[in-house]
Design a protein around this ligand. Structure first.
Ligand code: PGA
Length: 256
């Protein structure tokens, strides 16, 4: 089956008000209408999910949460469960973002979050990526360990078509000049599929949709989309700048 392109907007802890969030969302809704091959997932902070879900939207734009608890329910102050975000209107959830891993999230916790997402009918977007790259290639074993520890033991039926966002930490939150070059993105996406194939077999690994994230801007979207062997992007800061985001969407949509 043909894989649709996908662009995920990670708003992180922005914007400050619901009014601003509606403005940004409205512009994305307008951009979505002209896309033929691309789905968009907007991941706002939790309090904006439900109000944004109440606004009408084209079929190719969805809402996602930026995180969920690894627990189902109960005495976990400050946590938000998978079923809560589902009920608030999310269809997707980002799991294992490096900024959450930096707060202490381990691969083991991330695996539980994936299970909570599957149990509750949410589509997870699993984030992986190394802190640094060196000539010895230590980043490769780091990525392989992340994949194995996050996915080993999950059911094939759940991971079929899994969305994996490859986000090298050293490239996040900078400018397009400092993002990864398309050839390295291509090599890494092959390696991710190979590592997943060692657990689930080649067919399942080939069904994965791999996104690239890390300073994607209007300027670098085209070469990475063309040569990176990816299905789309996870976009952070540029997803809050409407002209930038619209341009990225148009670029991604060119890939058939
Ligand atoms: P960035 O963020 O596009 O600002 O680099 C990507 C991310 O952290 O998801």
């Amino acid at each position: 089956m043909k894989k649709r392109n996908l662009v995920v907007a990670n708003w992180k802890m922005n914007p400050d008000t619901i009014e601003e969030s509606k403005k940004i969302f409205n512009i994305s809704r307008t951009s979505a209408k002209i896309l033929r091959n691309t789905d968009i997932v907007i991941c706002p902070p939790f309090p904006y999910l439900q109000p944004l879900a109440k606004l009408g939207r084209p079929k190719n734009i969805f809402l996602g949460a930026q995180n969920i608890s690894n627990e189902e329910k109960g005495a976990f102050t400050g946590e938000v469960s998978a079923s809560m975000v589902k009920n608030a209107g999310a269809k997707f959830v980002i799991v294992g973002h490096s900024e959450r891993r930096a707060m202490g999230e381990t691969n083991n916790i991330i695996k539980k979050k994936l299970e909570r997402a599957f149990d509750n009918g949410l589509t997870p977007i699993l984030c992986i990526g190394e802190k640094v790259r060196n000539k010895e290639g230590d980043h490769l074993s780091f990525i392989r360990d992340q994949i194995k520890e996050c996915l080993y033991g999950l059911q094939k039926k759940d991971v079929l078509g899994l969305i994996v966002a490859y986000e090298p930490i050293w490239a996040i939150g900078k400018s397009y000049r400092e993002s990864m070059n398309p050839t390295d993105v291509h090599e890494t996406t092959l390696f991710i599929k190979k590592s997943a194939g060692e657990i689930f077999g080649k067919d399942i690994a080939d069904s994965f949709r791999i996104l690239y994230g890390g300073s994607v801007e209007a300027e670098n979207a085209a070469p990475i989309m063309e040569h990176g062997n990816i299905s789309g992007f996870l976009v952070g800061h540029a997803s809050l700048v409407s002209e930038q985001f619209s341009q990225i969407l148009k670029t991604v949509d060119l890939k058939k």
